[in-house]
Ligand binder design. Structure first.
Ligand code: ATP
Length: 257
């Protein structure tokens, strides 16, 4: 198997007496969508926070492209190509979609924001921004102020902002949250087009989407991984079924074709 883009090894985090991440090891392979699911409070956000650098683990290692980044600061991880898509909070409403994405492209280059840039450089950033907008189906809305966009379009723009930084790994924290049925379908289509081009770690509550998109799924319960496998394997796992007992959102039967 190719070297994983991301490898977690024996990660542990406690809040007081509460073990929120307990001996978690998992890999995200190049081009793979690896979903982490688990009941409310299982520790998914805490895990993502450790990977992106918001929280420091108590023990264990985080390897990114073979490099130990466990103690690296958040912005240095971002510069290495670890992009976390935040829920709309990183969008500047008065900027157009293109300007938002160009700003992210500039940040991805490691230079700080400047109002006045050499024209040639600006053209390069705008090109990178446009490619990112095309990847999420927003090219036609490039000159629309972000604040005037629908909720679903803002979610698409969030993805474009992450893509414009030229990431090697996308950390997607509930990319479908708050989206209606049509928007959800559109976002699932966009995410499936990103598969193979990017390594993606996906945390998402919409189980239909997770089972449709993920190459592999890891199941977190009380901070521990109880299973990792393909959707078909996870669907059959007795421990997973027990963990989700009483919740009717996990598609335990395969979706009809
Ligand atoms: N800063 C903190 N201090 C103390 N406890 C915390 C802190 N952050 C999270 N927790 C606790 O850790 C546990 C895991 O929380 P976390 O938000 O990571 O779970 P989650 O799987 O993302 O949940 P959800 O699906 O509801 O978003 C919960 O019991 C939560 O109350």
């Amino acid at each position: 198997m190719a070297e994983p883009v991301l490898a977690l090894r024996g990660l542990r985090k406690r809040f007081g007496g509460l073990a929120v991440t307990e001996d978690v090891s998992l890999d995200v392979a190049p081009g793979e969508i690896h979903a982490v699911i688990g009941p409310n409070g299982a520790g998914k956000t805490t895990l993502i926070n450790q990977i992106s650098g918001v929280l420091a683990p108590d023990a264990g290692r985080i390897l990114f492209l073979g490099r130990d980044i466990t103690r690296l600061k958040l912005h240095r991880r971002a510069r290495l190509g670890l992009a976390r898509s935040f829920q709309i909070t990183s969008i500047i409403p008065d900027f157009t979609a293109l300007e938002n994405a160009a700003l992210a492209a500039q940040a991805g280059e490691g230079t700080s924001f400047r109002f006045f840039r050499p024209a040639g450089k600006e053209a390069g950033l705008n090109r990178a921004a446009m490619v990112a907008l095309e990847q999420v189906g927003l090219a036609r809305r490039a000159n629309t102020p972000a604040g005037a966009m629908s909720h679903g379009e803002k979610r698409q723009l969030e993805l474009a902002i992450a893509l414009a930084t030229q990431p090697r790994l996308l950390l997607l924290d509930e990319p479908l949250a708050g989206a209606g049925p049509e928007e959800t379908e559109r976002l699932i289509g966009i995410l499936s087009l990103l598969r193979r081009r990017y390594a993606i770690l996906l945390v998402e509550h919409d189980m239909q989407a997770v089972f449709a998109l993920a190459d592999r799924i890891s199941v977190l319960v009380y901070g521990r991984l109880i299973a990792t496998g393909t959707p078909a394997v996870i669907r059959q796992n007795a421990e997973v079924r027990a963990a989700y007992l009483g919740e009717d959102d996990i598609p335990l039967a395969a979706a009809p074709c």
